[in-house]
Design a protein around this ligand. Structure first.
Ligand code: UT7
Length: 331
């Protein structure tokens, strides 16, 4: 009997309507379109406006669209893995909230926190439940309302991040298609350079933490950049080597969208030309757990059954990794 792989059988995404442009940011902080564009590749990002809306509210339309495409009901989902750094609440898990909102009455679920690497950690984790035969339909969601933890007076972070959510359905495949391999890594020493200092058990919310603006994302950009550029490129090259893939074998690189310069360095290291690299950072900025899923969603119509695809990410933690998959369907 051939090995069962976990294959992506549908993808979808959702981004909020409101567009925060570089020009609008110029009116908010001391920055300019030229700096943002050359240093990051970002032109605009989406912001979830409106009272009472959270990360799960972006996941609902994304997942409902996915279910419609795949022609299944929410009740058929076995497991929801919600990859996010901006859960609706510290607890309960946003996976549970989403299940309730979409009517996934037979699913269990949990949130996965691996910052920008969350979606590939989620895919890899979800694949285990399919490969073991335990589950038939695993929904992996990656999304963040980054605007809820961004200080729009801090020009070093507010220009980078945006809101958005994507999702993928994993199902068993016996044709040799789906997730073939993954290499996942982490180094907790990186916690000092990219974090959200308060609101956890280390520093519960207080007047002081609010005054110190410690409920906003903090990043030492240059340090993170150096680790990201090396580790994301290395891990993508490592998974190619491990699976005897040359650049000609690769149909697509799907990189985490943190900085166009990090994406270019990864593609160069892999020997992959720009025509094979999914990039939408100019439209959405860094949506953290959302980036890779949003790329797959936007490129879905171009993907062909059997395509060799490499996903690669780097994020807070530090966390990083790469997934090698064979695309399983023609859209
Ligand atoms: O997704 C999770 C992982 N995160 C990442 O991968 C992000 C990694 N880091 C980066 O992408 C980059 O480090 C940034 C985009 C955050 C910053 O770019 P950089 O090229 O590393 O700039 P820098 O921090 O070295 O700053 C260069 C200069 C500084 O001025 P001086 O000291 O040279 O006078 C900054 O104060 O640019 C200044 N600067 C800005 N100027 C205009 C910093 N932010 C801005 C800004 N507009 N928004």
């Amino acid at each position: 009997m051939s090995k069962i792989h976990a294959a992506i059988t549908a993808v979808n995404g959702y981004v909020p309507d409101y567009i925060l442009t570089n020009q609008e940011l110029e009116t908010m902080v001391d920055t300019n379109d030229e700096w943002i564009t050359t240093r990051t590749g970002i032109k605009e990002r989406r912001i979830q406006k409106g009272e009472g809306l959270a990360t799960s509210d972006m996941a609902v339309p994304a997942v409902e669209g996915l279910l419609k495409k795949r022609g299944i009901s929410a009740a058929e989902i076995d497991l929801i893995i919600f990859c996010t750094s901006t859960p609706d609440m510290p607890f309960p898990a946003t996976a549970n909230i989403l299940a309730d909102k979409i009517g996934a009455v037979n699913a269990w679920g949990y949130d996965l926190q691996a910052a920008c690497s969350g979606f590939i950690f989620g895919l890899s984790t979800g694949a285990q439940f399919i490969e073991s035969g335990k589950h038939q339909k695993v929904l992996v969601v990656g999304g963040d309302k980054m605007s809820s933890i961004i200080n729009y007076e801090d020009r070093t972070t507010c220009i980078i991040f945006g809101d958005g959510c994507g999702c993928a359905l994993l199902e068993p495949n016996d044709e040799g298609l789906g997730i073939i391999d993954s290499i996942l890594k982490s180094d907790g020493a990186g916690r000092n350079f990219l974090n959200l200092k308060a609101g956890g058990s280390l520093k519960p919310a207080s007047y002081e933490t609010i005054d110190n603006k410690e409920h906003y994302a903090y990043q030492e950009g240059q340090t993170v950049f150096k680790f990201a550029v090396t580790n994301m490129a290395n891990v993508a090259a490592e998974i190619m080597e491990k699976n005897n893939l040359t650049s000609d074998d690769i149909a697509w690189l799907v990189p985490h969208q943190a900085n166009k310069r990090i994406i270019d360095a990864t593609a160069n290291r892999m020997g992959v030309g720009p025509e094979k690299v999914m990039i939408n950072i100019e439209k959405y900025g860094n949506t953290t757990n959302g980036t890779i899923a949003l790329c797959l969603w936007e490129w879905e119509s171009k993907l062909k059954k059997g395509d060799n695809i490499i996903l690669a990410a780097f994020g807070g933690g530090f966390t990083w990794g790469s997934v090698y998959l064979k695309w399983a369907y023609n859209a």
